[in-house]
Design a protein around this ligand. Structure first.
Ligand code: 26Q
Length: 821
């Protein structure tokens, strides 16, 4: 086989150089002199892709073995970030290629910049899926990611006059060298219509679905290479197209425009990612997207399994399917349909296969963020699935009645159908019932799931529930993002920490080494200078790299409380205004993140941050000691410059609201200290790094619940805290809005009269914690010590650890090493 692979798998420098030149000429059609920046990027990308293909084919050969089990990660989002640099690191070719490019007169950073990132996700959940693909490949687990090839990913954010402006993301504009279209791998996906009973040859009762329309799904594959291994898994994303036969029929009856409409209608399904990170009410197209990718993926798995000669009653020993939240939960009904309707299985064995195949990961505790679809909408699009869900529900509720006789309230609470008002299909219930494992994404989150949101399910089937604390990949978030720190660490303890980050503990013995601390600070300062340069380029704001970089980057959400951070900034500003000699610790407050385009409050918080920035950055009393920056268009590509430059990481959500958080991990792994609440994975981060190396404040989840129960009165906190009053007064007076007292009144009123996320209750404690941060930062030796210990103790939060746990406890899969010969 290697003969036909030929020269392009040659990893020698000479081989790479030749392949690169060939791609400039034969793929891009340019002489070296005429090649544009993009031509050169494309040629390098293809050169690297050639290296992947060899490994990929070897891996896929393994997938074709009947005796191995494959993980199928189903996710509506994969927020991968740029491929080129990551692939070079995982191949171990980074240094060689950088030097070779240099010899050719090319700056490799310029080529990296050229790559448009595939922004096929909103935030945490989508990025988690990407980290998990990286770890699956690194751990040599045979796995596929399945999702949607959105033509337009998450919008690009511009800040104009302090407001967020959205632009469509055109990531495919210049072509995508990382994907391979598979026009021969297609499936038909049906929508609408009705069902009809019939008798099969054996005289058994069957149902068929007579759909109203059909759409075609086409596979696009992206290779996902592990770190320094030959395993190269595949991410298969589906694009919607019109079914040809439809067009022909229309043509034959002369309905050309009807055929065109059909085409446009079909292709609509994978046009655009919904830019919301919580469910939007009743959007039909979103439900169509979900079913579309789930159906294609399941059909693909059934096809692969049959190709191997597998017997469908043993499907679950060949595939472990993980549902990334409820977005693909309709898969439970779809697999039942494929097994029972399309493959003639009986209900009971099909149900057993289904439950044994699926696992479900929950990512939210907010009851309003649980996905539910109006029954009419659902039944209209998926009449057969509706029937299947009713049948699942009938059998399930029988079991509930058996276990808890006479408890009809419980039956109503647990039903897959919410019948308390307008009727809805509850997707989390469907996912719970149809899976053998249900997990939360941090210890606290899983506990609260069991106690609150899924309590009835936990009481009935406690054995299904387990915790899988999230993790992030140290390849992208340390090695790639922070080469300076990586070099420093590797110089001390060798490079094995990249695959085994528990070894970072060996840094602990250097915390008291003054020269090491000095180096540590030098690396951080260098990273801060790089970010300062980027901030100047993107915003025009000058920031001082010797000031404390206090950073909060994440989606904008009231529960994440970016505005609590703002209240602290205004409090410091007020102290300076009252006494310009006030000894404030110089700080640069950096924010970044996108707001859902229809989220009024979130957009107003962005405007508030920018308005406060305008005043604070230009006030001569402040004299440059405080700077406020809103970094536009926070995404995976920019993140690389942000996490490594942070001194302080803001993780200040209302306790009990953030399922896990993963940004918290990325910061701490890069040597930032955290100021945070006891929420999500913060709890475990603090346990790992030590309470003395973490700035804790605020209510606990229990405090929040009991305050709420006893009638929370934000006004009481307001009345008893003069500094808080002065802060609110600054905003409502119009001081930050050229005298306009209306602009921020929705924010102020919401705080004073509702304050759902208890900012006022936590304000005092937050101010105190910030005071302690300041004190610690003034003692740079102490700070550095804490920073080193944070990095040394963050090993647990590698996504490799998380994936090992999924493999062992839920998927029951083992590594399958891949050899190239
Ligand atoms: C659902 C239906 C319709 C439209 C949109 C959606 C939708 C899309 C995205 C709902 C939720 C999301 C994203 C959720 C998310 O990112 N959750 C985060 O997941 C992280 C990974 O587990 C956690 O660390 C975060 O705490 C959690 O907020």
């Amino acid at each position: 086989a290697d003969v036909c692979v030929g020269g392009r798998s040659d990893m020698s420098l000479e081989g790479l150089r030749r392949t690169f030149r060939e791609h400039v000429f034969y793929t891009q059609g340019r002489f070296p002199m005429g090649a544009s920046r993009n031509d050169l990027y494309m040629a390098l990308a293809y050169t690297v892709r050639d290296q992947l293909l060899h490994r990929w084919i070897r891996t896929v050969e393994q997938l074709g073995r009947e005796d191995i089990k494959i993980v199928s990660y189903l996710s509506a989002e994969f927020l991968l970030g740029p491929h080129l640099e990551n692939n070079l690191i995982n191949l171990g070719l980074y240094e060689d290629v950088r030097r070779t490019a240099e010899e050719e007169g090319l700056d490799i950073q310029v080529l990296f910049d050229q790559e448009e990132e595939p922004g096929l996700g909103n935030g945490g959940l989508g990025r988690l899926a990407a980290c998990y693909l990286d770890s699956l490949a690194t751990l040599e687990i045979p796995a596929m990611g399945y999702g949607i090839r959105y033509e337009f990913g998450i919008f690009d954010q511009e800040i104009r006059d302090g407001w967020q402006v959205e632009h469509t993301d055109q990531w495919l504009r210049l072509g995508n060298p990382w994907e391979i279209a598979r026009p021969e791998i297609t499936y038909h996906v049906n929508f609408g219509g009705r069902t009809e009973p019939y008798e099969d040859e054996q005289g058994r009762y069957r149902v068929r679905w007579i759909p109203y329309r059909t759409v075609k799904g086409v596979a696009y594959d992206t290779p996902i290479l592990g770190y320094r291994v030959n395993t190269c898994n595949l991410l298969r994303l589906w694009k919607a197209e019109a079914v040809e036969s439809f067009e022909f029929e229309a043509f034959n009856v002369g309905d050309y425009y009807g055929a065109v409409d059909q085409k446009i209608y079909s292709e609509n399904i994978t046009k655009v990612l919904y830019p919301n990170d919580e469910p939007i009410q009743g959007k039909q197209l979103r439900l169509e997207q979900q079913y579309f990718f789930v159906s294609c993926s399941l059909q693909d798995m059934v096809r692969i399994y049959k190709l191997l000669g597998g017997d469908l009653s043993r499907f679950s020993s060949h595939f472990a399917i993980q549902l990334n939240d409820t977005h693909p939960a309709i898969g439970v009904a779809e697999l039942m349909r494929l097994l029972v309707d399309e493959n003639g299985m009986d209900w009971e064995p099909a149900w057993e296969v289904t439950c044994n195949t699926f696992g479900y990961t929950n990512h939210t505790l907010l009851p309003e963020a649980l996905e539910k679809w109006p029954v009419d909408l659902f039944a209209g699009l998926f009449p057969r699935h509706m029937e299947i869900i009713y049948e699942i529900n009938r059998r399930f509720l029988d079991e509930v009645r058996n276990r808890f006789p006479g408890d009809e309230d419980r039956v109503a609470r647990m039903s897959l159908i919410d019948e308390s008002g307008e009727r809805y299909v509850r997707m989390a219930h469907l996912a719970c019932v149809g899976s053998h494992a249900v997990n939360g994404v941090a210890e606290l989150h899983t506990r609260l799931l069991k106690e609150e949101v899924l309590r009835d399910f936990y009481e009935m089937m406690p054995e299904k529930f387990n915790n899988k604390t999230n993790g992030v990949t140290p390849r992208r978030f340390v090695v790639l993002s922070n080469p300076g720190l990586s070099r420093l660490i590797t110089g001390k303890i060798g490079e094995t920490w990249v695959s085994r980050p528990e070894e970072l503990r060996r840094l602990e013995k250097f915390v008291d080494d003054p020269a090491f601390r000095e180096e540590w600070r030098r690396v951080k300062l260098e990273n801060k200078k790089n970010l300062a340069r980027l901030i100047r380029e993107r915003t025009g704001i000058e920031v001082d790299p010797s000031s404390m970089f206090d950073i909060q980057v994440k989606r904008l959400h009231e529960y994440k409380r970016q505005h609590l951070n703002v209240l602290h900034i205004i409090a410091l500003y007020n102290r300076i205004k009252q006494d310009p000699a006030y000894d404030v610790c110089p700080r640069t407050f950096i924010f970044g993140g996108k707001a859902a385009p229809g989220y009024f409050m979130a957009k107003r918080i962005i405007k508030l941050i920018n308005s406060v920035a305008d005043v604070v950055n230009h006030d001569s009393d402040v004299n440059g000691r405080l700077k406020v920056v809103f970094f536009p268009d926070f995404n995976v590509k920019n993140a690389k410059f942000i996490y490594p430059a942070a001194d302080l990481s803001e993780q200040i959500s209302t306790a009990g609201k953030e399922a896990s958080g993963t940004g918290n991990m990325k910061f701490s792994m890069n040597g930032a200290l955290t100021i945070g609440t006891l929420d999500g994975a913060n709890v475990e981060i603090r346990e790992e790094v030590g309470a003395e190396n973490f700035f804790l404040f605020g209510l606990t989840a229990e405090d929040v619940t009991s305050l709420q129960k006893n009638g929370y009165q934000p006004m009481e906190y307001y009345r008893s805290n003069p500094e808080l009053q002065a802060v609110i007064e600054r905003i409502s007076s119009g001081y930050f809005s050229n005298g306009d007292q209306e602009l921020f009144s929705p924010l102020v009123d919401s705080l004073l009269f509702h304050d759902t996320f208890m900012l006022l209750a936590d304000f005092g404690a937050y101010m105190d914690a910030q005071r302690q941060v300041e004190e610690a930062y003034r003692d740079q030796e102490r700070w550095t010590r804490m920073s080193i210990l944070n990095v040394a103790r963050m090993g647990k939060f590698s996504s490799d650890r998380a994936i090992r746990e999924y493999c062992k406890d839920i998927w029951k899969v083992e590594p399958v090493p891949v050899t190239l010969e």
